[in-house]
Design a protein around this ligand. Sequence first.
Ligand SMILES: *[C@@H]1O[C@H](CO)[C@@H](O)[C@H](O)[C@H]1NC(C)=O
Ligand SMILES: *[C@@H]1O[C@H](CO)[C@@H](O)[C@H](O)[C@H]1NC(C)=O
Ligand SMILES: *[C@@H]1O[C@H](CO)[C@@H](O)[C@H](O)[C@H]1NC(C)=O
Ligand SMILES: [Fe+2]
Length: 429
Amino acid sequence: MGMRMGVAWLLLLTIGIFELDAVYGYVRPPPRKTLFVPHAEEDADTPQQVHISQVGQNMMRISWITDNSTPAKVSYGPSPSANALSTTGNTSSYNYLIYKSGEIHEVVVGPLNPNIVYYYRLGDQPSSPTRQFKTTPSQFPIKFAVIGDLGQTDWTRSTLEHVNKSNYDMLLLPGDLSYADLYQPLWDSFGRLVEPLASQRPWMVTQGNHEVEKIPLIHGTPFTAYNARWHMPFEESGSDSNLYYSFDVVGVHIIMLGSYTDFDSSSPQYKWLQGDLENVNRAKTPWVVVLIHAPWYNSNTAHQGEFESVEMKASMEGLLYQAHVDIVFAGHVHAYERFTRVYQDKTNNCAPMYINIGDGGNREGLATKYIDPKPKISIFREASFGHGVFEVVNASHALWTWHKNDNDEAVVSDSIWFTSFSSNPSCKQ
Ligand SMILES: *[C@@H]1O[C@H](CO)[C@@H](O)[C@H](O)[C@H]1NC(C)=O
Ligand SMILES: *[C@@H]1O[C@H](CO)[C@@H](O)[C@H](O)[C@H]1NC(C)=O
Ligand SMILES: *[C@@H]1O[C@H](CO)[C@@H](O)[C@H](O)[C@H]1NC(C)=O
Ligand SMILES: [Fe+2]
């Protein structure tokens, strides 16, 4: 009897485990440890934390940091000798509590030819190593890598390795970069961590809550480190703030919005956005893409009802809808979720598609709990680390894929083809 009971239990247990496995076949990975990338044992004149970002149609801003005061000079050209041209720029630094940043150099180079490799050297020391970057193409296709809430952990490293293999043209980051969270040396570490990628392809970012770093009465100015280190091309888009800007790349108009600065209908950001959307020429840029940090649609239990999500959506959703924005990427929630086309919480075939991609790999880990049952407008949701690839094939078609970090392999776990509003006569104004 006892024996038979034992066998029955074993059987039940086996079936039970089998079923559990079918339901929870993928074991959610725990957070991984925070990395700190130290300063290499080099002299204080050595350029570090190099990253580049596109300025206008055919210029590139190159940013780097040295400990010592060195010339903000770039020698560059299409051949490995990197000496055809040279340009100088500006140097700045900032203080944050007892921390003083290194010398932050910025040089805008160009005009550059599309879709070729440029070689460049920083500073004026002959021993300065030659780096290279590739400019974006001048026509479709173009491939964007999209990662939110990147941070600097072993998961971040894994995500970056996968992105590196994707042969992307430009990276888009919807906020939360370093997770320095007031401890400024982590900004330097982040700069070193991303340099191998960010010095080779333009990285276009917008800010998240982790970039604010304001301490009432002690450090009252928000975004000090972010603005000093990640100068985006806001001046060129008529914006008065590094916290929101836009630019064109191939046939895509990309708008970076600021979730942590004013967005009400009387705010400078709102007025700028209104003007920017009015000036979009669909014949020139058939696609319009928007990035924000705090998502407007979200069926994860994390970050529900936050001011930046609810009020920014209430203020600006109509503008994006009327302008036929094709897609809105957000971060903040540490998971992946894709919605259908939606306006005012309802499926609407003439509204933007919303994708939350806040799963880059930061130290806070994944947001694993979801609102049950799944709302109809949510098509795919999963709490795993990963990155997205948005490949715009031509004026009408784009392929979106989400690549999950399954252990350390990048596995395509969600993919969808979709079409632009400019190619859809039923949604034209
Ligand atoms: C350098 O800074 C000045 C003052 O902020 C600005 O007017 C100028 O355009 C900058 N030059 C470059 C090359 O960035
Ligand atoms: C990126 O890929 C290149 C070529 O495949 C490789 O040499 C390089 O080490 C990679 N870098 C990183 C940071 O993964
Ligand atoms: C755009 O790309 C899609 C997908 O590859 C293709 O089916 C379509 O024919 C292309 N359109 C044009 C105008 O080339
Ligand atoms: Fe966030």
